[in-house]
Design a protein around this ligand. Sequence first.
Ligand code: MRU
Length: 357
Amino acid sequence: MNKSILDYETVELDDENSALVIIDQTKLPTMTEVVNLKSAEEIWDAIYLLKVRGAPAIGVAAAFGIYLLAKQIMTEDYDVFYKEFCKQKEYLNSSRPTAVNLSWALNRMEQVCVANRDKTIAEIKELLKKEAVLIKEEDIKVCKSIGEYGLSLLKKGDGILTHCNAGQLATCKYGTATAPIYLGLERGYNFHVFADETRPLLQGARLTAYELHSAGVDVTLICDNMSATVMRNGWVNAVFVGCDRVAANGDVANKIGTSVVATVAKRYNVPFYVCAPTSTIDMNTPTGADITIEQRPDHEVTEMWYKERMAPEGIKVFNPAFDVTDHDLIAGIVTEYGIAREPYTESLKEIFKNKRL
Ligand code: MRU
């Protein structure tokens, strides 16, 4: 039987070969290429170029990555080890600015060093490996739990619209926004999903439509400018999206175009839900205005994914990779510990109190 894209691990550790193993997502859906990353530069490039992407997957890749880089530090002196560890950590952390999962995972790994400074370097390296494996295992449980809470918001036969890829390819299994869809598939919910193609990098077309279709979900691909039409037609009962950072007031940064979908959903009374593991909630960022939005190169808009350049030479380009959706457009933030609702300044704090997984 042919292997489906869902049979591949998004991010894996090959400790024997000291490699971070990923599917190169820039080649999907036409080619499934599994690549081994070993050096700091290879890992940094893979994150920057979106070979591995999606907030939770970036976090797991960084955790495995910093473990592999720590493994290469040859010293018995803790201070020398820690200084080099922090240097590599800062380097990986500079690969993408918006998804907080990157710094969240790297900080968790740093804490392992700090808390075990009395141990040998060999022991610290072993503990770093354990922590990175745990981060990956937790991601799977967290996504499943988000799926259960998300499914409680839906009924059989519902139409769901999603933007970008918050699917299995953005996590280690289930995805966040797609988790209710996968659980619904197992339980006979017969959802109809609309996947926004997601310009300019087409994560919706290349990744979401691909993985949902491979799983047997009824999915229809639409261009980004069609979401108003499908909502106006009454075909969408709920919007589910993922996110890269939730601010303490409930404002959410996610793939560029998300706030357009949220605004349209409000117009047509379609509830707009954001799925966010607590690793994506940043209580140290007060509002969406405080979130750094990644700016990406012009050629992604003018050339990439076209057969030939589709814009005049020398044209000015604005290419923010993310936008901020204001919290008043969000019907609920679905986490692994429950669903936060307005006022988010209070409900997000409550979510952290419920932490138990
Ligand atoms: O630039 P990308 O492809 O990394 O952007 C991904 C998104 O915006 C996702 O919606 C988000 O990271 C959540 S993934 C569960």
